[in-house]
Design a protein around this ligand. Sequence first.
Ligand code: CS2
Length: 492
Amino acid sequence: MSDRLNDDNLTDLPGEVRRPAYHRKDVRTGIVHLGVGAFHRAHQAVYTDDVLATDLSWGIVAASLRSPDTYDALQPQDGLYTLSVRSQECEALRVIGSVRRVIVAPRETEDLLDTMADPQTRIVTLTVTEKGYCHDPATGALNESHPDIVHDLAYSMNPKSAPGFIVEALRRRRINGVPPFTVLTCDNLPSNGRTVKRVLTRFAELVDPDLGRFVADEVSCPSTMVDRIVPATSDQDRERIGETLGVADAWPVVTEPFTQWVIEDRFPQGRPAWERAGAEFVSDVEPYEHMKLRLLNGSHSTLAYLGYLAGYETVADTMADEAFVRLIRGLMDEEVTPTLHMPPGADLESYKSALIERFKNPALKHRTWQIAMDGSQKLPQRLLGTIRDRLSSGAPIGRLSLGVAAWMRYVTGTDEKGAAIDVRDPMAARLREVADGAGPAAENLAPGLFAIREIFGDDLPADPRFTGEVTAHLARLYDLGAKRTVSELKIG
Ligand code: CS2
C-alpha cells in the first residue's frame, strides 16, 4: 500500500468509511489548538468536524509544542486522519477533516504566533497535558522557576511554553486592537479554566503589569470537562485501518464509543455550535469535573499503578481480575460518591456502571504504563482532593490511600520482580532520588515522598490518618505484592 490518505483520494475510500460532509477547501481558520495529540484528534476535532458541515468558519490550525512527529504524519495527508471507534463487537472508521494545518511550534514560532494573533482566530484550545501548564500541582499557581517559564520570561517574543505562546499572542492582539481570543483548556486539571487563567495572568503580569491586568480583565477562560478514553495508537492499528481504507494513514487515532464534553458558555468572540455535535453547555462545570476527575481518572490512576505492579499490561487486563473490579466499585461507591455534589437529574449510578464497562473494553489496548505517566501532576486532582474532603468529614480513605501507596511503590522505578520501571514524570529524577535514599522500606520511603510539597501540600503530610494509612498499604505492597494486596484487601 503506497498511497497515503489525502484530499485527492477521499472519494475513493470504501463506502462504510465516513468522511467530511463539507468542502475542505472552503473551510476558514477559527481555532488554534495547542498540543495536537491523540486526545485532541479523537475529541474536540471530531465535534468540530461535525460543526463544519453547517458552518465553515471553525477550521483548526493545530500546533505541537515540541515534537514534529504529528506534522510529519499528517502533512503529507493534508491534515486528514482516521478516527477508529472500537468496541468489543465492532470498529467504525471516519476520516476527520477539521485539522487544516499542523505547525511545529519550535521551528515555526512566528507562524504560530501570527496565526494566533490573526483576528479570524477566535478560540485557542489546549490539550498540553497537566505538566504543560508549568504550574505547581498542589496550589495551581504558576511555577516561576520552571525552566520553560524562566526562558519565556527572558525571551517573551520567542516562547516555548503554552502560557508563553498565549500571552505573547494576546499581547500582539492588544497592540493591534484585536479583541482577545477565548482560551479553552481541555486538560484534566481541577477548575481547569480558572487554573489556566491564574497561570496566564501571573505570567503576563511578570512580562508587564499592564498586560497582567488586561489578561485578568479581558480574557475569558471557560472551564471544561472532557471525557473520552484514547490509548496511544499502535502499529497493529495502523495496519488494520490502512487495510480497510485501501490507503495508508500514518497516524490514525483509536478510541471508545463514549464521548462527553461539558463546557461553560463564555465565548465573547463567538463559538462553534458544538452542542449540535453533542457537547453540553452549562453555567458551572465544577460538579461534572469533580465527578469525572474523581471517578474516572482517580480509578484509572489507581488501576494503572496497581495493575502495572501486578503484571497487567492494559486496563482491560486488570479489570478482568474480579478483585480489581471490587476495589474500583468500592472506591467509587463508598469513598468518592459521598464527596460529589451533582446537579439534580445527574445519574451517577449509570455513569459508574458505564465506567466499569468502559474500563473493561478489551478492544482498547490502554496500557497501564501510559496512564501511570506524570503521576506527580495527576494525583492532586484525582485522589488527593477526594482524600482531603473525606478527612475533613472524618470518613475512611482505605481505598483512596491504596492508590497513593501504589504510586509510591511504582515511582521507586523497580517492579516486584526487580526489573526496571520506565517512570515518566517531570519529577522522575527527584522521585528516584528519594526512593534510592529510602530503600525498600515503607517507613522510610513514604515520609520522603510526603515531603514533596508540590504534590501533597502542607496539610496532608501533617495528618496521621493519611500518612498512617498510606504507609501501611505501602508496607503491604512490599510484603505481599500488588495482586495479593488487592485480593486480600479488607476495608472495615
Ligand atoms: C487517563 C486519561 O492517561 C490518563 O491519565 O486517565 O487520559 C483518561 O483516559 C481520559 O481522561 C478519559 O477521558
